[in-house]
Design a protein around this ligand. Structure first.
Ligand code: HEM
Length: 400
């Protein structure tokens, strides 16, 4: 490996062994600047304690303008819409207002009511597959399940679901600036058009509800509705797909684990999902934050005002100072405190939904095909994304 105290982090080694690389970084330089694959640089925070404190610390902001001296803020344009209108990229009071409008749709109770529908979708996806031929379970199951769920929640027509799945993947992967901008533009245009259609013909789904709010109290502008739709669509499926993929990959490598989970009750499977969240860390690194003042970390490193900061959730979840034998997948361990859904104000809005989807996806798969196995060589390299920690494909034989 290269010198991980100062050298590049996101190299070929990283896509093969991200936890080993991040572990070295945490040991050698727990708060350091790193180069990103797109050429930019950011500070990377890898210790568990630092990760939690950054995510809960108002000195780290999401809107970079809030890191500027107050007299300069007014003269600097923010990120263009829709990005600039996403709650994930805003701080209080804008963030507070936006989050309040959607939080009710994602309460544990609301989400629990979706279970039968998620079960139906999972069953239908498996039904469509040939069990005796090798299938790619990422493409055929892990991605389409959460995609269908979040699209239904928002009211995106079935026939459009594949298109935006492709746009969102382009935006998350390191696909190059031109492709990313193109995908962003296509998705924005699509959602603007969809919002107009829903305005003319409202339905029971969330996008219509958000439009209604914006018309009643003028609390959400059209561009804010588009931004919210885009955020939920992107955040709502790649991440959960990654969690399901992580779990299936682990069971393909360890048939005893598969058998054990197939025989487990609901509590057992839920506990396993929490461990897949910790161990696999579907969001490896968070989207950026900015230091609003100089901040000195334990150990003496100072991140200067205005600097970009990324929290490595993957490194934090594998910090031996917090979790014993952190690289071992152990469904019996106490996973309390894992940071896979973030921490603080921006804690994942969709955590209950993601947990439900993963639990149903795994239960449906294990009930129906308890001896699923590898159908061809498993990939050795993950998708080249700094954000998600995902396998590109999983060749599976459902009924060997
Ligand atoms: C925020 C992880 C599924 C919607 C976050 C954050 C993380 C995260 C780490 C915080 C990012 C930061 O602090 O910069 C995950 C994981 C998921 C998942 C690991 C699946 C396993 C979902 C789903 C939805 C969703 C299903 C949608 C329904 C959101 C939203 C935010 C968010 C809207 C922004 C919240 C805010 O800014 O207040 N998620 N997420 N996520 N997530 Fe998730």
């Amino acid at each position: 490996m290269t010198d991980l105290a100062t050298g590049p982090v996101f190299t070929d080694d990283y896509w093969r062994e991200p936890f080993a690389v991040l572990g070295e970084v945490r040991e050698q330089a727990p708060v350091r600047e790193v180069e990103l694959p797109d050429g930019g640089t950011t500070w990377l925070v890898t210790r568990y304690a630092d990760a939690r404190s950054v995510m809960a610390d108002p000195r780290f902001v999401k809107d970079f303008r809030n890191s500027l001296p107050p007299e300069q803020r007014a003269n600097v344009p923010g990120i263009p819409s829709p990005g600039g209108d996403m709650m994930l990229l805003n701080d209080p009071p804008v963030h507070t207002r936006l989050r309040k409008l959607v939080v009710k749709a994602f309460t544990v109770r609301r989400v629990a009511a979706l279970r039968p529908r998620v079960e139906t979708i999972a069953g239908a996806l498996l039904e469509a597959l040939t069990p005796t031929a090798t299938v790619d379970l990422v493409d055929a199951y892990a991605v389409p399940l959460p995609t269908a769920v979040i699209c239904e929640l928002l009211g995106v027509p079935v026939e459009d679901q594949d298109a935006f799945g492709a746009w969102s993947r382009t935006m998350i992967d390191d696909s190059g600036e031109a492709a990313t901008m193109q995908a962003n533009a296509s998705m924005t245009a699509y959602l603007q058009e969809l919002v107009e259609r829903k305005r003319a013909q409202p339905d029971e789904a969330l996008l219509s509800a958000l439009i209604e709010v914006s018309e009643e109290g003028e609390q959400l502008s059209t561009s804010e509705v588009v931004a919210m739709g885009m955020l939920l669509l992107i955040a709502g499926h790649e991440t959960t797909a990654t969690l399901i993929t992580t779990a299936v990959e682990a069971m393909l490598r360890d048939p005893d684990l598969r058998d054990r989970l197939a025989a487990s009750d609901q509590d057992g499977l839920r506990a396993a999902v929490e461990e897949f969240l910790r161990w696999g860390s579907p969001i490896a690194q968070t989207p950026l934050r900015f230091a609003a003042e100089d901040v000195t970390f334990d150990g003496g490193v100072t991140v200067p005002r205005g600097a970009m900061v990324m929290v490595s959730l993957a490194a934090a979840n594998h910090d031996p100072a917090r979790f014993e034998r952190p690289d071992d997948l152990d469904p019996d361990r106490d996973t309390t405190g894992h940071v896979s859904f973030g921490h603080g104000l921006h804690f994942c809005l969709g955590a209950s939904l993601a947990r439900l989807e993963a639990e149903v996806a795994l239960r449906t798969l294990l009930d129906r095909y308890p001896s699923f196995t590898v159908g061809a060589d498993l990939p050795v390299e993950r998708r080249r994304s700094v954000l998600v920690n995902a396998w590109p494909r999983l060749p599976v034989l459902l009924a060997p």
